[in-house]
Design a protein around this ligand. Sequence first.
Ligand SMILES: NC(=O)c1ccc[n+]([C@@H]2O[C@H](COP(=O)([O-])OP(=O)(O)OC[C@H]3O[C@@H](n4cnc5c(N)ncnc54)[C@H](OP(=O)(O)O)[C@@H]3O)[C@@H](O)[C@H]2O)c1
Length: 314
Amino acid sequence: MAESSDLRLTKMPLNNRGGHIPALGFGTLIPDAAVTVTATRDALEAGFRHFDCAERYRNEREVGEALQAGIAAGGIAREDIFVTTKLWNSNHRPERVEPAFGASLDRLRLRYLDLYLIHTPFAFQPGDEQDPRDQNGNVLYDNGVTLLDTWRAMEALVDGGRCRAIGLSDISLNQLLPIYESARIKPAVVQVEAHPYLPETELLEFCKEKGIVLLAFAPLGHGMRPGLLEDPVISAIAVRVGKTPAQVLLAWAVQRGTALLTTPKSAARARENFDISTLPEDAIDEINSIQIRQRLNDVVNTGSPGFIPRVKSA
Ligand SMILES: NC(=O)c1ccc[n+]([C@@H]2O[C@H](COP(=O)([O-])OP(=O)(O)OC[C@H]3O[C@@H](n4cnc5c(N)ncnc54)[C@H](OP(=O)(O)O)[C@@H]3O)[C@@H](O)[C@H]2O)c1
């Protein structure tokens, strides 16, 4: 699947003539607006060319600002970067999809989008409230729309020419199968949590068989400690190959055939996370044999985003 012998420059082809997605991606789930701008700029300077956004992150404007500035300053063409954003749960009704897409494009200051994802398979009460709740604090779901209804509206965006590829996020293999079967335009990408503690092997095998790219989020285990960055197997490999634990985890993800999203927030970490190189096969085997199984983000169960709280690094 990989196109380059330099792991950092790996790109993966998307189905339906959707272009190529850089395997190393930068995620913009960053609560602070000013940090969003500096971290996006630093990622672009370090070499990242895929930027993963979402209406739900409420910072598409800041990402757009940083990308436009970087493009202008760095001699980078729009075609050299790959931008993804996501349709939020409260916009699943077909008539809300195109307006939500257009609003994201405007905030990102883009004329076309490389990839648009349905953020989660859960439809919330339609409207501008992103987190609709009843008086008891329970999420208000929308039973009046199916995931296939929403997918049909996503297909229409590709037909319209301003969206090059479409996909799904936070979805299980069981939920993906019926969409895959019924889709006129097959999903190009599936974005899910994936790392050595949650390898999603069955989903990855299905995706490879069907030419779908699995885009892994939280490849560093969201930086949680204790966690992957301190795992003894990862740490020992890092010492052996002269790389950092983060670089080992990111190389593993690319070598097993996934694209990934990481979110370094400093220039030094952006350079570190981009500077990956191929691991020897025995290291890949060792990582594959880690037995710990742990999901870190609960969004797949409810549609409400959130990493499960644990002790985090300073
Ligand atoms: N579809 C979904 O529902 C969904 C859910 C979650 C995430 N995502 C996407 O996936 C992206 C990545 O997720 P993530 O934030 O969990 O990724 P991640 O890269 O696994 O974790 C980021 C955390 O790791 C730390 N970190 C980064 N580089 C490091 C390094 N070299 N050494 C040590 N620690 C390092 C960061 O610390 P500092 O903050 O100190 O830099 C941050 O706390 C998000 O931005 C978003 O685009 C999607």
